[in-house]
Design a protein around this ligand. Structure first.
Ligand code: PLP
Length: 460
């Protein structure tokens, strides 16, 4: 059956779409993507789109990297499945673990693989609990995440995620999860407050939260170096510098969620380096395999590993892991991805192109609809506001950023809108300068369409 009419698409739309207005997609049908090439994807009518979100912040090498397809095929023929339970392991998986530990931005000792960022973070929560039981601190179990964080949507990680859509009517958050402030200078700072003063205030607020809850009840603090789905929030100057001593003071594990930032996105191989972080646990996914196959990793420090070792003496086994932890096929693709990053010096590539993208973002700062343009490396956002001076937002029901993103799609550029009328940009790391120009040419048209609509409807 052809998918060319909305009705036909509707008939075939048996998917339950994540993060989607189900009514809208049922009425209008999904955008059906059939193939990809470089930074472009094509729909079922042959229309081409520049994928300026790398799909879901993950297709770092674009959509036609043959080496990854070949690595998967080779591995499928060689050993299509094996696992790492009960002392066995696929060879390729040990190679990947070794390479990850070698390039890890902190002193990490072991890698546990899973299928998604959510599972990697879920594992990190379980490890924080397990380790504190092991060292006889059974009360030290609460986890602090930040408002606007996105750490996934499993029962536990949706509880960490500080965004209403992940929790409303799902009976979340679960107990023992608490939230502290988002490092969101544009919205959170007081009039005239410097970035440093704002960061100091947030650090004080974190310490107050810890003391209020009882420092001996807090196990871990989770943070994305740059918040992604919460609105591409780059931390203000000195933020992590002020937060980290507090975590150390109260012996709180620092879990750095590198699911978006990992592998070049912020202009270093890891966001941990960009912001000089000292994690106990690092979680990775997405660009680990360039998005080509599902795989994630939880890396843990030597100190934590030693505790797990001692627990095995006590309990017999380490009772965690999935059927597809260490699956050889995604491991082969991830290993090939890491080789490509190294051979092509992906970090240098990001540093070469990033100024073009950041300058393009900033060039919209004066537009009446743009409250703030922000970003770092090859990730950025534009926050749309009703009133530039007062930073007043549009009524969320007006769906202004959603309108803009739909228009951008019609102009051949795929962007993503997030709560708060924020439009995100996160192109594949292989993007060229002329492709950056193409992204912003599409965005400019979409912004002009939006401005016209807003004026016609008298919304601003
Ligand atoms: C920072 C971060 N952590 C975790 C996740 C969850 O990853 P997944 O969707 O693979 O479960 C995401 C997904 O977007 C993410 O952006």
């Amino acid at each position: 059956m052809s998918l060319t009419t909305p009705a036909a698409r509707r008939d075939l739309a048996f998917h339950l779409h994540p993060s989607t207005n189900l009514r809208l997609v049922q009425d209008e049908g999904p955008l059906v993507i059939t193939r990809g090439e470089g930074v472009y994807v094509y729909d079922d009518e042959g229309r081409r789109y520049l994928e300026a979100m790398s799909g879901l912040w993950c297709a770092s090498l674009g959509f036609s990297e043959r080496r990854l397809a070949e690595a998967a095929y080779r591995q499928m023929r060689e050993l299509p499945f094996y696992h790492s339970f009960a002392g066995k392991v696929p060879a390729i998986s040990t190679e990947l673990a070794e390479r990850l530990i070698r390039i890890a931005p902190a002193d990490m000792r072991r890698a546990l693989f899973a299928n998604s960022g959510s599972e990697a973070n879920d594992t990190a929560i379980k490890l924080a609990w397990y380790v504190n039981n092991a060292v006889n601190r059974p009360e030290k179990k609460k986890i602090i995440a930040r408002q606007r964080a996105y750490h996934g949507v499993t029962v536990a990680t949706a509880s960490l995620t500080g965004l209403a859509f992940a929790q409303s009517d799902f009976d979340l958050p679960i107990a023992r999860i608490v939230h502290t402030d988002a490092p969101y200078y544009y919205r959170g700072a007081k009039a005239g407050e410097s970035e440093e003063a704002f960061a100091a205030r947030l650090a004080a607020s974190l310490e107050q939260l810890i003391l209020r809850e009882g420092s001996d009840t807090i196990a871990a603090f989770f943070a994305e170096p740059v918040m992604g789905a919460g609105g591409v929030i780059v931390p203000p100057a000195t933020y992590f510098e002020r937060i980290q001593p507090i975590l150390r003071k109260y012996e709180i594990l620092f879990v750095v969620d590198e699911v978006i930032c990992g592998f070049g996105r912020t202009g270093n191989l890891f966001g941990t380096q960009t912001f000089d972080l000292k994690p106990d646990i690092i979680t990775l996914a997405k660009a680990l395999s360039a998005g080509y196959l599902p795989i994630s990793a939880t890396l843990l420090s030597n100190r934590l590993y030693e505790i797990l070792l001692a627990q095995s003496d006590k309990l017999g086994i380490f009772g965690h892991g999935y059927t597809y932890s260490s699956h050889p096929v995604p491991a082969a693709v991830a290993l090939e991805t890491l080789k490509i990053y190294e051979e092509r010096d992906i970090v240098a590539q990001v540093r070469r192109i990033a100024p073009r993208m950041q300058a393009a973002l900033q060039s919209y700062s004066d537009h009446p609809l743009v409250g703030e343009a922000r970003g770092i490396g090859l990730i950025g956002a534009i926050e749309i506001v009703r009133d530039k001076q007062t930073k007043q937002s549009f009524d969320p029901k007006a769906g202004i950023a959603a309108f803009l993103v739909r228009r951008a799609q019609q102009h051949g550029v795929i962007l993503r809108n997030m709560p708060g009328d924020i439009v995100a940009f996160c192109p594949p790391l292989i993007v060229s300068e002329s492709e950056i120009d193409e992204i912003f040419a599409g965005f400019a048209k979409a912004l002009a369409d939006t401005w016209k609509m807003v004026k016609e409807k008298g919304l601003a």
